[in-house]
Ligand binder design. Sequence first.
Ligand code: F6P
Length: 378
Amino acid sequence: MKKIAILTNGGDAPGLNAVIRAIVKTAETNGIECYGFIEGYKGLLKNEYVRLDTKTNASGLLHRGGTIIGTSNNTNVFNYKIEKENGDVEYKDLSDQCVQNIKDDGFDCLFTLGGDGTQKSSRDFSLKGLKCIGIPKTIDNDVAHTEMTFGYNTAVSVATEAVDRLHTTAESHHRVMVLEVMGRYAGWIALESAIAGGADIVLIPEIPYDINKVVEKIEQRRKEGKSFSIVVASEGAKPKDGDIVIKRTLDSGSGLDNIRLGGIGDKLVNDIEALTGYEARNTVLGYVQRGGTPTAFDRVLSTQYGAKAVELAMNGIFNVLVTYKGGEFGYVTLEDVVGNNKKVGAASGNTAESNIRKITMDHSLIKTAKNIGICLGE
Ligand code: F6P
C-alpha cells in the first residue's frame, strides 16, 4: 500500500478529526501517503482532495470538533440529485465516475468515516471493485455490529450536563422539564444521559410510550414530595397510538436523510400540562450534542479506530467495517452492516430496510433503568 484516501460523510460527530489524525499518523509510520476527499462523497465525485500529513494539516487535531476535510449530508452518488436550469430535478447514478477517480489517481484504499448511510455507499463501492474500509461514526450510536461509535460518548456527556442543569431550575420552579435529544431510530443518547443525569422518565423510539404512564410517574413523585420531574425524550420517540414528530420533509421524501425530526418535546409538554395541570417546559438540545471537543474517551476510541483501520488495510483486509465489541477492535464485512438493505444505491438510515442498531429490551441499560425506577413510558 502506497496511497490511501479518507472521506468523512453524513452529519459530523466529535472525534472525526481524531480518527483522521490517527489514520495519517499510522500511515506515515508505515510509509503510506494519505489524502482526504473534500466534503465526503461529494468530493469523491468531483475528485477534490487534499494531501494530509502531520507536518501541515493533520496535527493538533485531537481536541478539535467537526472535520477538517468537511462532510456532506445528503449525497448519494448512486442516486445523485441534479437540479436542472428549468427547476426540474432528476436523480442519476454517478458512482462510476467516483470509481474512475479512485482508479485514475491510484488510491489503494478508501476509508469511509460515517454512519449507516455512508457505510451503505461504501459497500456499494466495494461491489464495484473499490477497496473500502468503514469506520463507524455517529452520535446516535446506531451503526450495526459495533457497540460504540465515536462521537456518542461526547453526545451523552453534553446531554448529561443538560439534565444536571435542568434539575436545579426544575426544582426551583416545581416544573416538569422535558429534554429533547438526538436519536432518530435508536434511543441510546436519551437512555444513557437519563441514567447518568438521574432523570425520572425516558422515552425512546424502541418503546412507543403511553402518556398515562408518564403522568402516573409525575403524580407518584408529587405524592412523595418531589414537586418536579425530568423527562428525557429521543427526537424519534413516539406515542403508542401515534407517530414520530416530523418537522420538515425534504425533496418530497426522496434521497437520503429526507426527514427532519423535531417537536416531540413540545408535544410532551402540551400533553403533560393538559393532563396534570402542572407547569412544563421543553428544551431542545440540538446540535450542541454534535459540535465541539470530544471527550477523552472519544479521543482514545477514535484514535484506536483509525489505527486499527490502517492495520487492517496493511493486512489486506478490505470491504469491512472496523468494530468495537467487548473492549476489542475487530471487523465485520460491509455486506453484514448493510443487512437486509441489499439493493445497490438505495438510501439507508431512513428506510424500513436500514440495518441500524436499536436498543433491545434485554439490554443491561434497559434493565438498570427499570431497576432504579426510571419510567420508560410503558
Ligand atoms: O447524526 C445523526 C443525527 O444527529 C440525528 O440524530 C439527527 O436527526 C440528524 O443527525 C440531524 O442532522 P442534520 O440536520 O445534519 O441532517
